[in-house]
Design a protein around this ligand. Structure first.
Ligand code: GLA
Length: 348
């Protein structure tokens, strides 16, 4: 199948965007903090053509066509993301009359590897070309974020859309989510960054995510700061009642870990970066309480198999682990992990 077979005409434009893992800076982006994601070499590719008054799409993975008018409400399927980006462009005043899309994705869905941001940004790149819109990659990231929050209805931070739009393979994106200042930093030489996906689909992830967001907001309110990003002194969090003290301790210490991770990247120090990833995982598990036993076991086994560092990536409550593995340990690492976890997918 291809665009022509599904829609009876050739595509007029195309776009692509990658999935991601996050090295450091988990659950900081909705408190104006720092993040350090890097793209995976797995892409969502979209071909597009014009369609008046509606959005239509065929997904090669789901093998189905979906179509709805521009005024349609979200329905909980993949078309929501495409309707969402068209809605966001129109809301910003861009003359987009509708579109049809052919979608192929290598990014697994529901694994915490940011398949939705990859789809949104790939579709926006295709729409930018199709309608010749004067938009930068950062504009596309912000439109994708608006689509996800205001149309699809997921209250995420801006990390995933920014790395899908601005990330480059082999580089980490150091992003300040308060100012949106960002910098691409090369990953250390001689290491691989991989996602370990056990197929732990995120259950109750959205409810848990929103609960953590609310707790973080409450902690910021009690500490009288606009966002926990503005708390520099870790001692201050000890004045909060539990569990707000633990939640704030994670966010404040995680921001410091990103800054230290950036210094490690500037020195090309993969071991130091790996240690910070392990600390991040422990903080996510103990203080933020978003890990699962399966993710903790995967992290421990990855470290025993020679990884410099490993941690859950994304929101948690399921999803995947990111590991930083020295090239020299690679062959043994993969064999050992696949033996310990039959069915494990090693991506990247
Ligand atoms: C999800 C959200 C991001 C971020 C992470 C946790 O991936 O989409 O904005 O909050 O969780 O770091």
């Amino acid at each position: 199948m291809g665009f022509q077979e599904v829609f009876g005409a050739p595509p007029e434009a195309s776009g692509q965007a990658p999935g991601r893992v996050n090295l450091l800076g988990e659950h900081t982006d909705y408190q104006e903090g720092y993040v350090l994601p890097t793209p995976l070499p797995l892409f969502t590719r979209v071909e597009a053509g014009r369609a008046a008054g509606r959005v239509e799409a065929y997904s090669e993975e789901l093998k189905e066509v979906r179509a709805r008018p521009l005024s349609a409400e979200p329905m909980g399927d993949f078309l929501d993301y495409l309707l969402g980006v068209v809605w966001a462009l129109r809301a910003a005043g861009h003359p987009v009359e509708g579109a049809r899309f052919y979608v192929r994705s290598e990014v697994p869905m529901g694994s915490g590897l940011s398949s939705s941001a990859a789809l949104e940004v790939a579709a926006l790149k295709a729409l930018r070309a199709l309608y010749r819109l004067p938009l930068s990659d950062q504009d596309l990231a912000l439109l994708a974020h608006k689509a996800e929050v205001e149309y699809v209805g997921v209250r995420c931070g801006v990390m995933d859309q920014m790395v899908a739009a601005l990330g480059r393979p082999g580089q980490a994106l150091f992003l300040d989510t308060q100012s949106l200042a960002h910098e691409l930093l090369p990953l250390p030489p001689g290491v691989r960054v991989v996602a370990l996906d056990l197929g732990l689909r995120r259950r109750l992830g959205e409810a848990g995510y929103n609960e953590r967001r609310a707790e973080a907001e409450e902690a910021a309110r009690r500490l009288r700061v606009r966002a926990l990003r503005d708390v520099a002194d870790l001692c201050l969090v000890e004045t909060l009642p539990p569990p707000l003290d633990r939640r704030a301790r994670h966010i404040v210490s995680e921001n410091l870990r990103v800054l230290r991770g950036v210094e490690a990247l500037r020195r090309g120090d993969a071991r130091a970066l790996g240690e910070l990833m392990v600390q991040s995982h422990h903080s996510l598990a103990r203080d933020y309480e978003v890990s699962l036993p399966g993710l903790d076991q995967l992290v421990e086994e990855a470290l025993r198999a020679g990884a410099y560092g490993a941690k859950l990536t994304g929101a948690g409550f399921g999803g995947a682990v990111v590991a930083l593995v020295p090239e020299g340990a690679w062959a043994g690492f993969e064999t050992r992990l696949k033996e310990a976890f039959p069915g494990l997918k090693v991506l990247g």
